[in-house]
Structure formats: structure tokens, C-alpha cells
Design a protein around this ligand. Structure first.
Ligand SMILES: *Cc1c(COP(=O)(O)O)cnc(C)c1O
Length: 406
């Protein structure tokens, strides 16, 4: 059967070139980078070469890169590391309501340890207002963490503007750039941030490896203790294969980026247009233009997201109801709720994230299948509403009373 993988925001297919790059480190090049003989120096050189490649792509210095076990670990390290290193100065953290759980749950844990947090709201496009962040800053604020782009709805945040306020008030600024690195330009100097997280498997690298960039001079408390690896900032023998693979994948993504951004944005806009034209009672989630090139997110009214995903899976289409971490739970996405969508509508969400393998034929197939599935599910819907095409021009207010009175 045809397989159309449209869950590239959850993970991507590794580049075939990784096999050749990584294989030697599973064989003859097995030295421990911390030892001193020649096979160890060889492994060390491979790690340092990878560090240089990553630094170059994000316009940073190699010494500022800490390799981690995931994007999640990079987020935890940034947030807990900065909070604990500055605990004597202040105990207030600012973040947004739509962060990835790696950020939100790190901050919630800190709240149980005496820190205070402000979760700034977002507008209906999922956009943070920089002045809300600035207004939330107090004398006690030690950290701001706002993601570069959202993993569910694809909205790209005004990071440069937020960085200006952070700088003005002398507050450290972290951004989770896991969805953007390797996909759109990520330049730490242009963004003006102090820490930045990225993850290998989101740009066709290996899973289980990420990196945290920490601007020189920014203090973080170390939270994995042991040996002196990663300049004493993250103990543990390096994941040499993962690190080498991450760097190869990022370098390749960077080379293709401009072309790929244009190609994906075109496919994305085509998919959005076709779905909005053919299927009634559908909303596009996220910003119409300031969004990731590969992100499409819809809410289909009168539809249960989980049944939609299962039906799509039956015809070989892999999508997601939002983030991989929340699918499987029946709670609607915290991102869609924060954008002001009512529970009933947030339940009918579908994220289709396009990637390197996605073709125009894939999109045509998806549009055709999705149209049929949505119609069929609505016919069987317990809502019992007539949502035939000719009633499609009702306004949103009318939909709402239909939903509320079911
Ligand atoms: C995937 C993702 C993470 C987590 O990265 P892992 O390497 O899977 O742990 C964090 N933040 C965002 C925005 C993500 O999309």
C-alpha cells in the first residue's frame, strides 16, 4: 500500500548518507574521546569536527555547543541550569502557554521548588506578543524561554523583538529551536538569544541526540554529574555516532535549505487551499504566513481527531492530532486551547507535517482521501448534524450554536 508520511514534526526519515558516516564508529573507530591514544584522539577529533559543523550552521562558536541526549534534555538543561545558577538573584521565569512539554514541565517542576512562573498568552494565530513578555519582566526575572516555532501549529515567534526586551532588562533568553533548526534560518546572533536547543531527529539525523548552545559568559548549573566531558558541562562518554550523524544531517539540511523551504511552502499552501475549498467546516490553525514551511494544521468540526487519524492510517497516511506526546491522551492540545479554540473543536485537530520525501502526488492523494474520510465520519457522527456542502457557508457563530446544542 501507498505510504504517505506526513508526521515530520514528530520525527524525520534519517538521511541514507548517515549510514556511511556513522558505521565506522560502530566498528574500528571505537575509541573513547577522553582517552589519550590514537584511536581515542580519532574519536575526539570526530566529535570536535561535528561541533564545528553545528556551530557554523547556527553562527556560533564551537566551544559554546553542548551535545545532549535529546532536544528534551537540551530544554531541561537550559531551563533548570539557568534557574539554579541564578537562584540567588531571583526566582521568576517567563515562558509562553504553548511551549513543548520539555519546557513547560521543566518550569512546572521549578515552581514546586520555589520558583514563580508567568505563562504569557498567545493570540488566535498562536503568536506571542513581545510587549506581554516585556511587561511580565520583574526585578526577580532570571529567565525567558519562548520557542522559535511551535511544533503543533507551526507559528514562528517574533524572537528578535523578545530578545531586545530581554537584553534591555538583562534577562537571559532561551529559545527551543527544535522545529526550526535545519528547516529555516537559525542564526543565534540574528535571533539575539542566549541559549538555543536543537534535536538531531527533527532534521533527518539520528534520534537520541541534541545540542544546547550556550552563549559564552552565560552561567548554567550542571545537572549531569560525573566526568569532565563537554567542558565539564555534561558528564558522560559522548554519543559519538549520534553526534557525528547529527552534524552530517544538519550540514546537508543547511545546503538544501533555501530550495527546500520554497518547495515545501508551495506544497503546504496547495494542501491548505485544496482542503479549505473542498471540505466544509474546517479551520486552519496557526498563522497564515508566519509559519513553518512544512506545517499544516487543521481543525475539522464535528470530527473526533483520533478517529480521523485511524481512518487516515487505514489508507497509508501518517498524520498527528497535534504533538506526538499528547496523542493517545484524550485531552485536547494545550496549544489549541491557548489559542482560544473551544474544547469540542480542538478535539478535531489534524497536523500534517511535510518533509523531504513529500511530493505533489502525495498531497493530491491526501486531499482525496481526507475529503472522503471527513464526509464519512461526519455522516456517522453522533453530533447528527447536516454538514453537506451547500450549508458550508454558514458563519462560525452558527457553527458554535450547532455544536453546543448537540
Ligand atoms: C521534538 C521536540 C522537542 C523534543 O526533542 P526530542 O529530541 O524528541 O527530545 C522539543 N521541543 C520541540 C519544539 C519539539 O518539536
Amino acid at each position: 500500500m501507498k505510504l504517505v508520511y506526513l508526521d515530520n514534526a514528530a520525527t524525520t526519515k534519517p538521511r541514507p548518507e548517515l549510514v556511511e558516516a556513522i558505521l565506522p564508529f560502530l566498528g574500528e573507530r571505537y575509541g573513547n574521546p577522553s582517552s589519550i591514544y590514537s584511536i581515542a584522539r580519532d574519536a575526539k577529533a570526530a566529535v570536535e569536527d561535528a561541533r564545528e559543523k553545528v556551530a557554523k550552521v547556527i553562527n556560533a562558536n564551537p566551544e559554546e555547543i553542548i551535545f545532549t541526549g535529546s532536544g528534551t534534555e537540551a530544554d531541561n538543561m537550559a531551563i533548570k541550569g539557568v534557574a539554579y545558577a541564578n537562584a540567588k538573584r531571583g526566582n521568576h521565569i517567563i515562558t509562553s502557554a504553548i511551549e513543548h512539554h520539555a519546557v513547560l514541565d521543566s518550569i512546572k517542576r521549578l515552581e514546586r521548588r520555589g520558583f514563580k512562573a508567568t505563562f504569557v498568552p498567545v493570540d488566535s494565530y498562536g503568536m506571542v506578543n513581545p510587549s506581554d513578555v516585556e511587561e511580565a519582566i520583574t526585578d526577580d526575572t532570571v529567565l525567558i524561554s519562548i520557542m522559535h516555532a511551535n511544533n503543533e501549529v507551526g507559528t514562528i515567534q517574533p524572537i528578535e523583538d523578545i530578545a531586545e526586551s530581554a537584553k534591555k532588562h538583562g534577562v537571559v533568553f532561551h529559545t527551543d529551536a527544535v522545529q526550526t533548526t535545519g528547516h529555516i534560518s537559525v542564526d543565534v546572533k540574528e535571533l539575539g538569544v542566549d541559549l538555543l536547543s536543537l534535536s538531531g531527529h527533527k532534521f533527518k539525523g539520528p534520534k537520541g541526540v541534541g545540542a544546547l548552545w550556550v552563549r559564552k559568559g552565560v552561567r548554567i548549573e550542571r545537572f549531569i554529574d560525573g566526568g569532565g566531558q563537554e567542558r565539564n558541562r555534561r558528564a558522560g562518554t559522548e554519543n559519538v555516532l549520534g553526534i557525528v550523524g547529527l552534524a552530517v544531517a544538519l550540514e546537508m539540511a543547511e545546503k538544501e535549505m533555501e530550495q527546500e523551504m520554497a518547495r515545501l511552502a508551495q506544497l503546504r499552501d496547495y494542501l491548505i487551499k485544496e482542503v479549505m475549498e473542498r471540505i466544509p467546516y474546517v479551520r486552519l490553525n496557526g498563522h497564515p504566513t508566519r509559519r513553518l514551511p512544512g506545517n499544516v494544521s487543521f481543525c475539522f468540526e464535528f470530527i473526533e481527531g483520533e478517529s480521523l487519524l485511524l481512518s487516515l492510517d487505514n489508507v497509508g497516511i501518517c498524520g498527528s492530532s497535534g504533538s506526538a506526546c499528547t496523542s493517545g491522551s484524550l485531552e485536547p492540545s494545550h496549544v489549541l486551547l491557548a489559542m482560544g479554540l473551544p474544547h469540542e473543536i480542538a478535539h478535531g485537530s489534524l497536523r500534517l507535517s511535510l518533509g523531504h520525501e513529500t511530493t505533489a502526488e502525495d498531497i493530491d492523494y491526501v486531499v482525496e482521501m481526507l475529503t472522503g474520510i471527513v464526509n464519512k465520519l461526519r455522516e456517522m457522527s453522533p453530533f447528527g448534524v447536516d454538514v453537506s456542502l451547500d450549508s458550508a457557508c454558514r458563519c462560525v457563530e452558527d457553527d458554535r450554536h450547532l455544536i453546543e446544542s448537540h
